[in-house]
Design a protein around this ligand. Structure first.
Ligand SMILES: [Zn+2]
Length: 299
């Protein structure tokens, strides 16, 4: 029950990973009244609410890697909602993901599959909604400078491998989009390239959401990321050229079988953002790009 395409970013310190994560809620559609109510309820149970009235902004949560299992999942004496629920309908950002203990990351499994979390107490089980977009980030190596043209990386291959292996294949498999972020240098910031505003991007997201809402009317599906494998077959049809490209990618890049539906869902979203009825080869090519970490480290 995944509403969003989860995102994983790899890049050195100072490359703007946190800034990108923080901007994501600003390009998502506004919360509907019902969504606002749900979010407000969670915050009022948790005691985190300061103002009166409905919460209208999509949540952004970024717990530190020292967060406890209970604080992430929820629970404790008062059975309060945890970070996974406090980021309901918003973004849960895990910066420096390899620093989170595996036992803590394990908590994400149920909400990422079911969109909710159950917390068992002595006599009772509580359930809280937890539909969030997961954004994870990590450095390319322990010191952070691997591949940087202006700094020397001080790590040896053994240290790098150990660091990368902290992010498990199955977890990375749940991330639909992998991007590598380059360091931002002063001269780049000074360049004349004009950045698109959040409002402009949001308009495009809204249009793409509308296309999806119309296409999946009556299916209880609102976004491409929610499509089941069967629905992917039906709604993400591709022509024979695209099929050839996809097969080539699988053969040459060693992508996992599970990456297949992901690439199709993401290419459907890319096509919708471009207002294209059919998925084109260029959309497939772009979606394959977003599996870059599969082929780089976790073959
Ligand atoms: Zn390094």
């Amino acid at each position: 029950m995944r509403l969003y395409h989860n995102l994983f970013m790899l890049g050195p310190p100072g490359s703007g990973k946190t800034m990108i994560a923080r901007r994501i809620p600003t390009i998502l559609p506004d919360l509907s009244f019902e969504e606002s109510l749900e979010v407000t309820k969670i915050y009022s149970i948790s005691g985190e609410i300061n103002e009166t009235g409905l919460i209208k902004k999509r949540p952004f949560r970024s717990p530190h890697h020292t967060v406890s299992r209970a604080a992430l999942a929820g629970g404790g004496r008062a059975s309060k909602p945890g970070e996974v629920s406090l980021s309901h309908y918003g973004v849960l950002f895990l910066d420096e993901m390899p620093e989170f203990p595996k036992s803590v990351l394990e908590v994400l499994r149920q909400p990422m599959e079911d969109g909710m979390i159950s917390i068992a107490r002595a006599n009772n089980t509580y359930s809280y909604p937890a539909k969030f977009m997961l954004i994870g980030s990590m450095n390319p190596c322990p010191c952070g400078f691997l591949g940087d043209t202006k700094h020397e990386c001080s790590c040896n291959q053994g240290q790098i491998n150990k660091y990368l292996s902290k992010i498990s294949g199955p977890l990375l498999d749940r991330m639909d989009i992998h991007i590598e972020v380059s360091p931002v240098y002063y001269e780049d910031l000074n360049s004349k390239t004009k950045e698109e505003s959040s409002e402009k991007i949001k308009e495009r997201v809204l249009r793409a959401r509308k296309i999806q809402a119309d296409r999946y009317k009556g299916l209880n599906v609102y976004t491409n990321s929610q499509l089941s494998s069967g629905q992917v077959e039906k709604y993400c049809k591709i022509d024979s050229d695209s099929q050839t490209l996809l097969k080539l990618a699988f053969d040459n890049l060693g992508l996992s079988a599970r990456a297949y539906s992901k690439i199709l869902r993401v290419s459907r979203t890319i096509a919708d953002l471009e207002n294209c009825e059919n998925i084109k080869q260029s959309h497939i090519a772009e979606a394959i790009q977003y599996r870059s970490l599969d082929r780089k480290y976790w073959r």
